[in-house]
Design a protein around this ligand. Structure first.
Ligand code: ZN
Length: 75
């Protein structure tokens, strides 16, 4: 697989995903992603995307400002 932006090589890696919502910020660490070695563009697989959405949905109602979670702990 190559990067759609720069055609660089993609490598399996762990990324920090930051979701900025209206009332809070949710930071999810160690999210499995394909990351471009050239430009740093990251892609999440569909199931990872769904996992992130579920985490964000769940946390959005209970946190006030900032939450930092580990993907491996909450997915
Ligand atoms: Zn790239």
């Amino acid at each position: 697989m190559t990067c759609f932006r720069c055609k660089g090589a993609m490598k399996q890696n762990l990324k920090t995903h930051v979701a900025t919502l209206d009332k809070c910020v949710i930071i999810v660490k160690n999210v499995p992603a394909l990351v471009c070695e050239q430009c740093g563009e990251a892609y999440f697989a569909d199931e990872v995307m769904k996992g992130l959405e579920a985490i964000i949905d769940r946390l959005e109602g209970i946190i006030k400002e900032v939450a930092i979670v580990d993907y491996a702990d909450v997915a």
